[in-house]
Design a binder for this molecule. Structure first.
Ligand code: GLU
Length: 450
């Protein structure tokens, strides 16, 4: 049995219930095979066995008091996965679906994603099964403070730098930063995605969405194509989706969909970005409100999704931007997108396509940008926030945006070149995985068995 297969099977036997982690692991390891076969030093140094075990996993209790005065408890996590390339870096997710498996898959992806950015960042991820939906401002603040009361002892601007992810935006980062500062008596760049007046970076909020569109643009340009005048389908309605839509408009495309946990909207006139921002960023309401206010929009609730499939993927489009969550796009969705002529998929969310959908997109040879490459703009801009904090400087919007664009184009070129080395120029899954892995593996070998 080959080295890669052996480590996959060992992980399947050891973590049979960690389905997301095993899915991410298989996608990555399968594509590493040709690289691993060429280099016996990876096996000699047990690189794969070391890569799959986090350097440190912290699981902790998060007690808090709700508005009725009742004591509540959630589970908190921080997985410090790999620090070969720099301090652990990666977001915090607050969502009821969070468990060790989810955080582990996200942390594992983050190692290679951060490597691709070219910045010195290791991989980590954390979060809680706390559901911010329906909670009051005070409840959110108390929860964030309690979460940080444990986390603060594990993080630091040269140790581990958390940020946002699903359910964690500027508001939550603010409350966590306040508590960190109070407990540690230090004003450090210990979190990214901070408020713009106290150490945050311009473009950080927009970065994942903008980056995913820049990545799509780079993939298309390489084939003499562009997004101009094209119909695009976007799922989700959080930070990533909203700024994907904003950048698509800036490039002359027409985004026509968005979705949330309750349903999706199809607006053939093009999504009204100002209305979407008002509903999601200010009023924090469901997308149903959008359809009530904009008559051209059709709203389909989740209860009416045929076979539970998000109807976003049934709308004919040139390019698709899955920007909601893991496994939101399955094989049937991928088949429907291709049948309707979709030419480009750029993943704004983490692992939004199932393994079968990913394989179909790769085989179809359309432009397919896997998450760890296409959505790396968020964490890359977090890296730029760290650089500004460390040098006590503030860069303009244009400066950060130009760096983001350069990084995204660089990731595309690097993934494509690497794929080309293996005679599979179009396969950016292979290219991104190998390119990201090589740097981490080399650093691990040079740093010895630690
Ligand atoms: N949560 C984002 C991601 O999945 C960003 C992480 C960060 O900025 O550290 O990459």
């Amino acid at each position: 049995m080959g080295y890669v297969q052996r480590v996959i099977e060992e992980c399947e036997a050891k973590f049979p219930h960690q389905v997301y982690f095993l899915q991410a692991l298989k996608e990555i390891f399968e594509s590493l095979k040709p690289e691993i076969d060429r280099n016996p030093s990876y096996e000699k140094n047990a690189i794969l066995e070391r890569l799959v075990v986090p350097e440190r996993s912290i699981a902790f209790r998060v007690p808090w008091i709700d508005d009725e005065g009742r004591a509540r408890v959630n589970q908190g996590y921080r997985i410090e996965f790999n620090s070969a390339l720099g301090p652990y870096k990666g977001g915090l997710r607050f969502h009821p679906s969070v468990n060790e498996d989810v955080i582990k898959f996200l942390g594992f992806e983050q190692i290679l994603k951060n490597s691709l950015t070219t910045l010195n960042m290791g991989g980590g991820k954390g979060g809680s099964d706390f559901d911010p939906k329906g909670k009051s401002e005070n409840e959110i603040m108390r929860f964030c403070q309690s979460f940080m009361s444990e986390l603060y002892r594990h993080i630091g601007d040269r140790t581990d730098v958390p940020a946002g992810d699903i359910g964690v935006g500027g508001r939550e980062v603010g409350y966590m930063f306040g508590q960190y500062k109070r407990l540690s008596n230090r004003f450090d760049g210990v979190l990214t995605g901070k408020g713009l007046k106290w150490g945050g970076s311009l473009v950080r909020k927009e970065a994942t969405g903008y980056g995913s569109v820049y990545f799509a643009q780079a993939m298309l340009e390489a084939r003499g194509e562009s997004l101009e005048g094209k119909i695009c389908c976007v799922s989700g309605s959080g930070n990533v989706a909203i700024y994907t839509i904003e950048k698509l408009y800036a490039l002359g495309a027409k985004p026509v969909t968005a979705s949330d946990s309750r349903g999706m909207i199809y607006d053939a006139e093009g999504i009204d970005l100002a209305l979407l921002k008002e509903i999601k960023e200010n009023r924090r309401e469901s997308l149903q409100a959008y359809a009530q206010e904009k008559k051209s929009a059709i709203y389909t609730p989740v209860s009416e999704y045929p076979q539970g499939r998000n109807q976003v993927w049934s709308i004919p489009c040139f390019a698709a931007f899955p920007s909601a969550t893991q496994n939101e796009l399955n094989l049937a969705d991928a088949q429907e997108l291709l049948k309707n002529g979709c030419q480009c998929v750029s993943e704004g969310a983490n692992m939004p396509c199932t393994l079968e959908a990913t394989n179909l997109f790769v085989d179809s040879k359309i432009c397919y940008g896997p998450a760890k490459a296409a959505n790396a703009g968020g964490v890359a801009t977090s890296g730029l926030e760290m650089a500004q904090n460390a040098s006590m400087s503030i860069w303009s919007f244009e400066e950060v945006d130009a760096k983001l664009l350069k990084i995204m184009r660089g990731i595309f070129a690097h993934a494509q070149e690497t794929a080309k080395e293996f005679g599979q120029e179009q396969n950016l899954v292979l290219g991104a995985n190998i390119a990201g892995f090589r740097k981490v593996a080399m650093a691990m070998i040079e740093q010895g068995v630690v």
